[in-house]
Design a protein around this ligand. Sequence first.
Ligand code: NAD
Length: 304
Amino acid sequence: MAIVIDGKRMADGLLERVAADIAGRGQRGLPRPALAVILVGGDPASQIYVGRKLRACARVGITSHEFRLDPDVTEGEVVALIDRLNADPEVDGILVQLPLPAHVDANAILDRIVPDKDVDGFHPVNVGRLSTGKGHGLVPCTPLGCMLLLDSVVPEFRGLDAVVIGKSNIVGKPVALMLLERECTVTVTHIATQGLPEIVRKADIVVVAAGHPGLVRGDWAKPGAVVIDVGINRIALADGSTRIVGDVCSAEMDHAGALTPVPGGVGPMTVACLMANTLAAALGHDAERELQGAVRPALSARGH
Ligand code: NAD
């Protein structure tokens, strides 16, 4: 039977660690980290995601500032808000919830956030730092969460074959760069890739972020492979209800070495990593390197 990697439990461990660091800072008279969250319009899914992030802030002791903007706000008004938050010394992190309405250029908005407050790790400077392996950057939360989940079951990455399905800027590309940095041999695949099952069959590590329910079948994965399922797909059931499923046919994965569940795998780690990134931004640290040292002992103490 494949190990089911409990992302919820790992996320709880990470949140406790972040909360303890913040409480320790408070005892030394240092301010709490502060995160500004900007939500444009009333997209229901975005509201749920923002709600989760704000609740996590409250849980770990991060001060949150919420900016809910009308759907018809102009790009100039969003830019002006970001400029104000960039200049505010009491704000450590700035997050703009995506997607933005079509009349607002998301790239222009994300590029406007100063890199050291870019807790989503989407600014070109942080992307460049990640791709050059120079560190001291903020890295995207979901890929960071994937690496921590992998860290809990993969003792040595060097020389392993890793296949990433999906080449998005927020998941596929950054997670591929992180795996490359650990000296895996990385293959990045996408919708136009030919012979995907054969490519996946060679992999020791598979990270799937395609947004295609049940894409990866059991006979695609080699015995013992570690499979990280990033997909979040809502599917309709025959009785009219809906269910959230991943991109992997989890029922066919008994022969895998380890697998993340959906829900309860990558999702909770994404939010926990946002909290870790906000703390790292406040400290001026490199979240990924810090977490490799700080989180693994905390997690192994919990039986991971
Ligand atoms: P995206 O749409 O930006 O990119 C999807 C990628 O998958 C593309 O590169 C596309 O070429 C590839 N792809 C699509 N169908 C494919 C197929 N049949 N075969 C091979 N490649 C295929 O999506 P994204 O933003 O990267 O998100 C991917 C999935 O991960 C979605 O389900 C999303 O909801 C989920 N997600 C989860 C979290 C989390 O916290 N758990 C965070 C971000 C995204």
